[in-house]
Write a protein that binds this ligand. Sequence first.
Ligand SMILES: [Zn+2]
Length: 288
Amino acid sequence: MAKRFSVIFIPEGNSKVRRVRIRSGVIKSVLCGCFVVAGLLAFFAYSYFNFTVDRDELQRLRVTTSQQRQTLQYLVVDLEGIHQQMASLAETEARVRQLADLDAVSEGVPVAIGGLPEVGSMEAVDEIQRQIDRLQVEIELRRQSQENVRNLLNDQVSLSRATPKGWPTKGWLTSYFGMRKSPFTGRRVMHEGLDIAANIGTPVVATADGIVARVKYSPGYGKMLIIDHGYGYRTIFGHTSKILVKAGQKIKRGDLIAKVGNTGRSTGSHLHYELRLNGVPIDPRKTL
Ligand SMILES: [Zn+2]
């Protein structure tokens, strides 16, 4: 490579041509300098660009964090509201259980979960999740308990509807439940029901919900009918003049089922009313 270069300036017109001699070392140095400056400029430009991106990202993150903090705050407030609602539900339920004569619900999970998390703390989200899990357990417990109460109340209602109660006809008692002298044989025999004297044709009604088990004629009871009420209860109506229901028919307490008569072994117009529990005759007087 040549040691020197010449740069020639050729002006227009008549001026003299100029010639500048430059050593190759100087050219190399100038070129190197240019490269270094260009590199530095590129580095600074790149750094500035990165800085700007980071600053925007930081700004965005700050906004997001602030929004998340606010969301957490709302969640904590909601959670507190749910706790209060659960506590009020539990209180109502305890009163219902007391009314229904049920034991208090087993204390599996405390109703109120104290100590709501500090918003902004790292554990806040975990703690909220834990409390939501516990609330779900609590809700399930409440649901089961309420189902128990509902079932029990349903049972009580059906039992109450199936238990004979009240007079089967309008009349007056002429013969009680127990040992008595038979009007036919004169011997002491067990009278397994009540005799209610009433005019022929007086309406006879069911004393509880049930199903007509039998409708038949027997020499003793005359035109008779038996109603099965479930829970072991049966009622028997004898000496009727007319039976207005059929075997297998569903009936409700108060439904008209027959008319008072004088059929079978009877000494006058009356209704023979019998009540049996698990097949054993019991005194219906207590249920009138
Ligand atoms: Zn009788």
